[in-house]
Design a protein around this ligand. Structure first.
Ligand code: ADP
Ligand code: MG
Length: 697
């Protein structure tokens, strides 16, 4: 039996530990730094490092590392032990304030999108004191931001922290307009629902495509998929349950609020969700959760797949980003209040989100772009590539009435007007019904459903924070000048809602009619990564990121470059894996099968001249027809890869990978999958879909 409160956060150097272990003045200074994002001075850092080392060593740590989040989307760490020589045969455990606060690493092998000249490869990491240090693998991990010698950010954390500052500042300006003089900070908060697959590890090891690419590149549909809906919320199988229990335990030790677990729609698919928390912490925690999921799965003889589409024809995995903004006094800014003034304030924040999403559909689409997520968005299992907002009927009706300029009534017949009367609270079940919407209001938060399961949450939230900060800033600029606040507020809300109402959509986002309707409304529809990414550096985006000091133009360009490169590399690796598997495993398997059939015919003929070989003939005819196609498709893919490799321009190359290489892969796959259904099981070199999806008991 585990004692949850006792183990919870036992591996975290959290506020309680600091309070207990740091001298009072040090603790107070550190708290101040943490609250106001100020720089830590050296003496304080030394005192904190000392306490941290003692605590970590007591917990069995031997090493420390700056734990950072390069633009690969994963996390990175370089371990240093605490040892320092003390005489000839002795060591002591040392850790200084300098080592805590900043580190230096060779950054040359991390993607920088051209930011880092090769002669200056150094990268610097700096402690993010708003995220607690923790122990993992006997190593004290210090969450850090990572930047280049010249100060440009090389990671995902830095822009996220900057975006938090932006939304904090702009939201507080709005609160002041409503007479709130007490709120000091506003922060965005996130709860991430993480989907994943668990399959048997032996089968995983027998699939090089899963090992190299994270997804299956071949695989005929199994006779049974998810059509019976018998997996969703179904009974959790014992092996999976044991995995989930151990995962919870390890996450709790790291102070991660693991809360909900269940089976998802597809066979072998599951979900885990923590309780929401401050966005940078939620992002760190999600990275740790993904890492722990993989490690703990392996301990249970399982492999955890985080790819957006491990199996074609079966639902893929996403990561729902539940996002809201709240004050340091516990106020929820996206929740209707109890007084007219609170409701007017709620409507203004809501309008800011609507404006932000409408004006920056491109950025939200970009924030969820990747080769993996391209398989998912728009596939009638996840939101389409078109961004829109779902508000639910009740709220929609209220907004409609505001736009019409009428005094309105809600369903309980309460008279309403902005800033005058009472808004109903929205019970979750009236707002949470539309599962097809990419961005759905669910009572006190928005659920952004487009991010892929393997994504870092940093980029989607950096973008959400920045675009909403930008809308709030426009509103504050206007209203701060107003001489009649209530009248001008009413006018502004009405005007902005009318201007941006095209982004509101309550219907079925999977339908064909919506695509046509969205086009009529002039909404963007970037169907894949290479269509979306070039817009990252559109003038409006450069301006906004610079204005709020979230990303400089150079940083933005570098990020675009990294993402395009990563797209091209992903497709290249997939193509090369495919070619390799076809040549080295699939072709020999098919030849073996054909050869056995031929031998079988020969034996029959030896037995009797008149023996019928009708079945053998039919099988041979089918396989040889398919192998002919296979040769052709394989050559086409090889040729396409050669051409792709010759391209030097990043964008041109990404487009070519999408249009030529990826299409060639799709055609080759179709042929291989057909062969899989023809060739007898014992010859087929890889575990089948049915085996992978249904074998875990
Ligand atoms: P579901 O979407 O499956 O119905 P919930 O809405 O209960 O589930 O929660 C989904 C996630 O949203 C959880 O991680 C939860 O902690 C988070 N969440 C709940 N309220 C908020 C909020 N105000 N801000 C951000 N996240 C929230
Ligand atoms: Mg949800």
């Amino acid at each position: 039996m585990i004692n949850v409160p006792e183990i919870f956060a036992s591996l975290v150097f959290h506020d309680g530990v600091m309070k207990e272990r740091l001298p009072k003045d040090v603790y107070e200074k550190l708290s101040q730094t943490r609250a106001n994002g100020e720089k830590l001075d050296v003496e304080i850092a030394d005192a904190v490092a000392l306490a941290m080392r003692d605590w970590a060593v007591e917990k069995g740590a031997t090493h420390f590392t700056h734990w950072f989040q390069p633009m690969t989307g994963t996390t990175a760490e370089k371990h240093d032990s605490f040892i320092s020589p003390n005489g000839d045969h002795d060591v002591i455990m040392e850790f200084s304030g300098k080592e805590l606060v900043s580190g230096e690493a060779d950054a040359s092998s991390f993607p920088s999108g051209g930011l880092r000249a090769t002669f200056e490869a150094r990268g610097y990491s700096a402690w993010d004191p708003t995220s607690y240090a923790f122990i993992k693998d006997n190593t004290l991990c210090i969450p850090t931001a990572f930047c280049s010698y010249t100060g440009e950010s090389l990671d995902k954390k830095t822009p996220l922290l900057r975006s938090m500052e932006a939304i904090d500042k702009q939201a507080v300006r709005i609160l002041r307009l409503f007479g709130d003089t007490e709120t000091r900070h506003v922060e965005s908060q996130v709860g991430a629902e993480q989907e994943y697959f668990l399959i048997d590890q032996e089968m995983y090891n027998a699939r090089p495509d899963l090992i190299y690419c994270g997804r299956t590149l071949f695989g005929a549909r199994p006779p049974k998929g998810q059509e019976m809906d018998d997996h969703y919320y179904g009974q959790i199988k014992p092996r999976v349950l044991a995995f989930m229990q151990e995962l919870d335990e390890e996450l709790w030790k790291l102070g991660i609020l693991a809360k909900t677990e269940h089976n998802e729609v597809a066979p072998a698919q599951h979900e885990i969700a923590p309780i929401f928390t401050t966005v940078n912490i939620a992002t760190d925690h999600n990275q740790l959760t993904m890492e722990m999921m993989k490690k703990i799965a392996a301990k249970h003889g399982l492999a955890c797949l985080l790819h957006e589409k491990p199996f074609a024809g079966v639902n893929g995995s996403g990561k729902h980003d539940n996002w809201s903004i709240g004050t340091d006094r516990g106020g929820k800014l996206l929740k209707p209040g109890k007084t007219p003034s609170q409701n007017a304030q709620f409507l203004l924040f809501l309008t800011a989100v609507i404006k932000a999403v409408d004006e920056n559909q491109d950025l939200l689409r970009i924030s969820v772009s990747s080769a993996g997520n391209d398989h998912r968005l728009g596939g009638n299992e996840a939101p389409p590539a078109i961004v829109s907002i779902f508000l639910g009927d009740q709220l929609n009706e209220i907004l409609e009435n505001i736009m019409a300029g009428e005094k309105t009534e809600d369903r309980q017949k309460t008279a309403m007007d902005i800033g005058v009367n009472v808004l109903p609270t929205f019970p979750k079940d009236t707002t949470d019904r539309n599962r097809t919407s990419p961005f759905a209001y669910t009572g006190n938060k928005f659920e952004f459903r487009m991010p892929g399961s393997s994504f870092s949450l940093a980029c989607p939230n950096m973008i959400l924070n920045t675009i909403v900060a930008s809308a709030l800033s426009d509103f504050a600029d206007e209203l701060e000048k107003s001489e009649n606040f209530t009248a001008d507020l009413n006018k502004l809300i009405r005007r902005e809602l009318i201007a941006h109402k095209r982004i509101l959509f309550n219907g079925n986002n999977y339908s064909e009619e919506w695509k046509a309707e969205a086009e009529r409304r002039g909404l963007c529809n970037y169907s894949n990564t290479v269509e979306a990414l070039p817009h990252y550096t559109d003038e409006k985006n450069v301006k906004m990121f610079e204005k709020f000091r979230v990303l400089s133009a150079t940083e933005l360009h570098s990020r675009q470059e990294v993402l395009l490169e990563s797209y091209a590399k992903t497709i290249l690796i997939e193509a090369l894996t495919m070619i390799d598997l076809v040549k080295k495993d699939i072709v020999p398997a098919v030849l073996h099968y054909e050869n056995d059939i031929l031998e079988e015919c020969q034996r029959k003929r030896l037995y009797s001249e008149k023996a019928s070989c009708k079945l053998e003939d039919m099988l041979l005819e089918k396989t040889s027809a398919l192998t002919e196609v296979l040769c052709e498709k394989l050559s086409a893919l090889e040729e396409s890869v050669v051409q792709a490799k010759a391209l030097t321009d990043t964008k041109e190359s990404a487009v070519f990978y999408r249009e030529s290489v990826f299409s060639a892969m799709t055609e080759l796959r179709a042929c291989v999958d057909e062969l899989e259904t023809t060739v007898a099981r014992k010859y087929w070199p890889f575990p089948t879909y049915a085996e992978m999806l249904f074998s875990v008991k």
